[in-house]
Design a protein around this ligand. Structure first.
Ligand code: SF4
Length: 237
């Protein structure tokens, strides 16, 4: 028996409901006249190799210093920036990455995210992948959640799910998994809704992985996918 991403999405959405990602503090940005989408870009860098709870601490630090914007990050002292984002881990690398992407956005788009996101998704993805420390997952998170572009984010949790559910996906490569999800979801959902479906599905996969589909000792007996999962029948990651 095989299952499709659409089937899994519907089943998980019925269980978890809307997640309304990406979390951002719109009130802060209204009060400080900054673009909330930049918080997504900062978060996408800070969440690399760490749990979101650590990112939240770093974002609180940045907010307290009124540094949650492109301009302030670009003009900031790098040692101060490192100190503020320390809770997110790998802070030396991440400070350089934040500086680098802020500088790129300032230089290329004059800091205007409307101008940036008016470009095609393929063009932007290529540009983002050329930035220091930006891989496919970070680039696609920025494109989907900040840019509202129709591109599905694949992370370690998605790969784990592909390894455990009876999906017919060609390989475990990022591109193959992304194509597999997009191809199926696009053929089942209204194009006007696809961005929202991609946003919700990625967020729901994260919820599933955090609450049930743990790397070790997953809670299969209470998982909403228990009846269709093949976890017991195959070798594990
Ligand atoms: S049944 Fe277990 S292995 Fe399968 S998706 Fe659920 S938690 Fe993960």
């Amino acid at each position: 028996m095989h299952v499709t991403p659409t089937y899994i999405y519907k089943k998980l959405f019925a269980h978890f409901g809307p997640q309304q990602w990406w979390p951002m503090d719109r009130t802060y940005h209204q009060n400080h006249i900054s673009d909330p989408r930049f918080e997504v870009i900062i978060g996408a860098i800070l969440t690399q190799n760490t749990a979101w709870i650590n990112v939240e601490k770093a974002i609180i630090n940045l907010k307290e210093q009124k540094m949650l914007s492109l301009k302030t990050i670009n003009n900031s002292n790098i040692d101060l920036l490192k100190e503020l984002i320390k809770p997110s881990g790998f802070f030396n690398q991440k400070a350089i990455r934040l500086k680098s992407i802020s500088n790129f956005l300032q230089e290329t788009y004059d800091g205007n995210l409307d101008t940036m996101f008016s470009q095609s998704v393929l063009h932007l993805r290529e540009e983002l992948l050329n930035q220091h420390g930006v891989g496919p997952e970070t680039a696609d998170s920025i494109l989907l959640y900040a840019g509202n572009k129709a591109i599905f984010v694949v992370d370690a949790y998605t790969k784990r799910l592909c390894n455990r559910l009876p999906f017919q996906v060609n390989s475990t490569s990022y591109d193959d998994i992304q194509y597999f999800f997009q191809n199926d979801l696009r053929s089942h959902f209204d194009p006007e809704k696809i961005v929202q479906i991609y946003k919700e599905f990625h967020a729901i996969i994260v919820e599933l992985a955090k609450n049930f589909c743990l790397k070790r000792n997953p809670k299969c007996s209470i998982c909403p996918l228990e009846s269709i999962c093949r976890y017991d029948q195959k070798s594990l990651e």
